[in-house]
Design a protein around this ligand. Structure first.
Ligand code: TYD
Length: 208
């Protein structure tokens, strides 16, 4: 089963992935955790290009294609083979990040992005996508307070992050079968409890 974790910057999803993976392993599942952009040697190199502060002159279409390139490699090298072996994949960001950030955030045509993503992923979309929902400003503040690394993509304006959050909510409401929303504006432990309950329930339904 393929599970992706999505949310605006500072939504805390990266903090939640490892405890969730450990919990699912204890429940007897074989779990593999990965993240985007990255997750393979080649994808990590692409990540480095995307995140470098001195790459400020990067155009949105360049950025979009680099995210897709990193993803294409991750799908073929890691995600697809492991899914075929029956593993549970937990992916910290996936194709919906491109729709949220490059699409809703930057205003790139959503239909074109959808086609590009189908191409990049070879048509592989998650069985379950969890949205860590938090107000854009709260998320950004949290990230800075937490001393998180400031990267080039954080430099955009608040309005951009608000569009990203709204985009996520739009996608989640359009496709409730695939998406589930977790309130990320709570204490870490409380978010983890909600997350475990939700994921376990969906895994059991999918496997019954
Ligand atoms: P990262 O430091 O991994 O942050 P996070 O913990 O929030 O995932 O940075 C990833 C950044 O890249 C984040 O701002 C979202 C952005 N992004 C896109 O704009 N498009 C994409 O397709 C992906 C995967 C990420």
């Amino acid at each position: 089963m393929f599970i992706s974790l999505e949310g605006p910057d500072g939504s805390g999803k990266s903090t939640q992935v490892q405890p969730l993976a450990e919990y699912l392993s204890r429940e007897g599942y074989t779990v593999f955790t990965t993240r985007e952009p990255g997750g393979t040697t080649i994808s990590d190199q692409v990540r480095e290009v995307l995140m470098r502060l001195d790459n400020r002159s990067m155009y949105p279409r360049t950025e979009t294609l680099l995210f897709c390139a990193a993803r294409a490699q991750l799908v073929e090298e890691v995600i697809r083979p492991r899914l075929q072996r029956g593993e549970i994949i937990l992916c910290d960001r996936y194709a919906d990040s491109t729709l949220a950030y490059q699409g809703y955030g930057h205003g790139n045509d959503l239909q074109i992005l959808q086609q590009l993503l189908d191409f990049a992923t070879g048509g592989l979309w998650p069985d379950l996508t969890i949205l860590f929902d938090i107000d854009a400003i709260a998320g950004l503040n949290r990230r800075k307070v937490g001393g998180g690394e400031w990267n080039r993509l954080d430099d955009y304006q608040i309005a951009f992050h608000q569009r990203v959050r709204d985009g996520y909510l739009t996608m989640a409401h359009k496709d409730p079968k695939r998406w589930a929303i977790v309130n990320a504006d709570q204490e870490i432990e409380k978010v983890q409890v909600d997350l475990r309950r939700l994921v376990l329930e969906r895994i059991k339904t999918a496997r019954s």
